[in-house]
Design a protein. Structure first.
Length: 183
């Protein structure tokens, strides 16, 4: 018998002083059976960092033709492709060919090794921005996971504060490569 996705709902309030962007979002996240709470919460973090009314979750793990998140314009053109994890070079090249901007949020014990092996080959991808989320930051996100979440996210000077009624976490994504648009 095939396992099905678990549905999580999040009410997310975003105050991004760096962009500036302020918004309230009612989100439904489908967690693939092989996805961890940590990865799901990193998708939610990526949403908060790029929040937009048109930003949507892709099928991600179940379909490598779609990213973890994407932003499309009214014509269907992909303006922003967002990945979470340690994608292969082939996927990054394809994403840069299909989207105006590509962002990756790398995390996990192997993120440093992944980046060392990839950075020279993707340096020429001008549309690519890569961020690293520390193990401690990624693990702190896990504690927020719940079937019904109410979260507040504040972004200021590159630092992210995520909170709910019980806890607060401070995270600082580290830029590994910036696209020509982000530089």
């Amino acid at each position: 018998m095939a396992l099905t996705a678990t549905v999580f709902k999040a009410r997310l309030s975003v105050s991004d002083l760096d962009r500036p962007y302020y918004g309230e979002h009612e989100l439904v996240l489908a967690r693939h059976p092989s996805e961890t709470d940590e990865r799901m919460m990193l998708r939610l973090l990526a949403f908060a960092l790029h929040a937009d009314e048109q930003l949507a979750f892709g099928r991600g793990l179940s379909n490598d033709d779609e990213p973890a998140l994407w932003l499309k314009d009214l014509t269907g053109r992909i303006t922003h492709w967002i990945e979470v994890g340690l994608p292969e070079e082939r996927l990054l090249r394809r994403a840069c060919g299909r989207a105006d901007r590509v962002s990756v949020y790398a995390y996990g014990r192997r993120a440093g090794v992944w980046w060392q092996g990839l950075r020279n080959t993707v340096a020429a991808l001008e549309r690519l921005t890569v961020w690293q989320i520390s193990d401690a930051d990624a693990q702190s996100l896990q504690s927020f996971a719940g079937r019904g979440m109410t979260l507040q996210c504040t972004v200021q000077e590159g630092t992210v504060w995520l909170s709910d009624e019980k806890r607060t976490a401070e995270l600082t994504p580290v830029p590994l490569q910036r696209s020509s648009d982000d530089a």
